[in-house]
Design a protein around this ligand. Structure first.
Ligand code: NZQ
Ligand code: ZN
Length: 380
């Protein structure tokens, strides 16, 4: 097992009726003015918005708001929010929604103190300061509620890039699984696939991190089982809660302990899909590329993928496990190919150029341009 550092400063409040504690917590933290960031309106439909307002009002906290963060969030929106934050003199941000909202909040929290928020992504400027972020999670998928990452699309340059800063871990995140009962099953499944992908990005990186792998096996199996239960019954609160917590653990540091930082090639590839086509959900794009990536690489080094086949899918060959994986995603209604995602054959070379900003992609399985071309063809 490799040397590692592990630290996660985010406080989690998990369970029903935790939103009501938010106002009191902010007040205790000395916050008097807060800015709420939200998406297209689901926050009103699931009742969370009203509950946040009531809790803040009771604590005497002033609230300003920005709505309209879109899925696969943009730099333009981040800049709009930075301006609002600077004008309103807000002392903290409440990000209430899925990761698009939370990541926008993070980029704006840091962007307030930068010449240009995009400089955090290009590393032209170092993040030295950020406004504190409190999140109310409404869609479990990325783990953004308990990590320091943000992923934003620069629409002009067609770059969907990520960044990390230890200053961007939310101070506190409320995970109330009941808020997710309003999700269409497709969004639940997209989120589940994203969480699966986060674990898989680490899973094949080091076969000696046995304790981490044992946790990862359990998380992968639990995510599949809970998603199946939610497919059958969206109101299954036990399944909703366990899926939510598994998704948080999938990218809060725990699932990658001792894994050398993982591979992240499939994420780099998928980010190009949803940068070119913002209507593609990140999780669904990963559901196309990850099985293809395992299939492609396991032809060269099958032994590296055998543990996954056995421990997660109870299969003796990788080929059978990949088939089970694909069938499961198909059952959940996710796309099975780039074509089904809506990508055209004549877009593949543009995608390849967007993906290959370095000579190779992937921290462990370093794929060159020709290999990624073959992989895209396999996934098409
Ligand atoms: O905009 P609203 O109306 O809120 O609707 C959202 C949105 O349309 C809806 N939704 C959220 N909660 C709901 C709900 N609908 C009904 N009931 C609820 N309770 O779901 C839609 C998708 O939301 P979004 O926030 O885009 O989804 P997700 O959380 O999957 O975030 C995806 C984004 O995160 C990035 C992805 O690339 C993508 O841009 N990632 C962020 C990471 C991170 N910060 O660590 C890592 C990931 O690998 C990923 O790249
Ligand atoms: Zn992801």
């Amino acid at each position: 097992m490799e040397a590692f550092a592990f630290h996660n400063p985010t406080q989690i409040l998990f369970g029903n009726a935790r939103i009501e504690e938010l106002g009191g917590i902010l007040k205790n933290d000395g916050i008097r003015k807060c800015h709420l960031i939200a998406g297209g309106g689901s926050l009103r439909e699931n009742g969370a918005y009203e509950r946040i307002q009531t809790s803040l009002k009771a604590a005497g906290i002033e609230l300003t708001e920005t709505w309209g963060v879109q899925a696969n969030p943009t730099l333009d929106k981040v800049k709009e929010i930075v301006e609002q934050l600077q004008n309103s003199g807000s002392e903290a941000i409440i990000a209430a929604g899925g990761s698009s909202v939370i990541d926008t909040a993070k980029a704006a929290a840091a962007g307030c103190f930068l010449k240009d928020p995009w400089n955090a992504f290009t590393e032209k400027e170092k993040i030295e300061k950020a406004l504190p972020i409190y999140t109310v999670l409404t869609l479990s998928a990325t783990g953004s509620e308990m990590n320091g990452n943000a992923v934003i699309t620069n629409t002009q340059s067609r770059q969907k890039w990520g960044m990390f800063s230890p200053l961007l871990y939310p101070k506190l995140s409320i995970i109330d699984p009941t808020l997710q009962s309003t999700l269409p099953f497709k969004q639940t499944a997209n989120g589940a696939m994203d969480a699966i992908a986060h674990i898989l990005e680490f899973y094949f990186a080091d076969e000696k991190a046995l304790s981490t792998l044992a946790i990862d096996d359990a998380l992968l199996r639990t995510i599949v089982e809970m998603t199946d239960r939610l497919h059958y019954n969206a109101q299954d609160i036990v399944a909703r809660g366990n899926l939510a917590w598994s998704a948080t653990l999938a990218l809060n540091g725990l699932s990658g302990v001792g894994m050398n930082g993982g591979d992240w090639g499939c994420h780099g590839i998928e980010h190009a899909f949803s940068a070119l086509h913002p209507e593609i959900a990140h999780g669904e794009g990963l559901g196309v590329i990850f099985p293809a990536w395992i299939e492609y690489l396991s032809e060269k080094t099958p032994s590296q993928f055998l543990r996954w086949a056995r421990c997660v899918w109870n299969e003796d060959t990788v080929a059978l496990a990949v088939r089970r994986f694909r069938n499961k995603l198909h059952d959940w209604g996710l796309a099975g190919s780039l074509r089904e995602l809506g990508i055209k054959q004549n877009e593949l070379s543009t995608l390849l150029d967007m993906i290959m900003i370095q000579p190779t992609i992937g921290g462990v399985f370093k794929l060159n341009k020709e290999e990624v071309r073959s992989l895209l063809m396999l996934a098409f």
